[in-house]
Design a protein around this ligand. Structure first.
Ligand code: CU
Length: 110
């Protein structure tokens, strides 16, 4: 009796787990933007909604990634620091480094 009950319980939980597995299987990508020699690389990036961008500062001086329209700001990143942002929904952003306004980048979310 006990064995049969356990079997039924296992079957039920396995069936419930299936939709959860399907959801977590959806791929979401993390894109790395390296900040080096006073530039973002890649400067222009196209990603899918739900993806994450990680900015990594490899310069000795501090940099940031700051949306021109105030949508986001990583804050200043020191050497070896990184900041990650996840972008949900389509759109595009032009950004620059706070201290070095000639350092530019763009993100297109499709
Ligand atoms: Cu900078």
């Amino acid at each position: 009796m006990t064995t049969r009950r356990n079997f039924l319980r296992l079957s039920a939980s396995a069936a419930l787990a299936l939709p959860v597995l399907a959801t977590t299987a959806r791929a979401q990508t993390t894109h790395i933007v390296t900040i080096k020699d006073m530039a973002f690389s890649p400067a222009d990036l196209t990603i899918s909604a739900g993806d994450t961008i990680t900015w990594v500062n490899e310069d000795r001086m501090r940099h940031s990634a700051q949306d021109l329209n105030g949508g986001f700001d990583t804050g200043l990143l020191g050497n070896g620091d990184s900041a990650s942002l996840t972008f949900n929904g389509a759109g595009s952003f032009d950004y620059r480094c706070g201290p070095h306004r000639n350092m530019r980048g763009s993100i297109t979310i499709t």
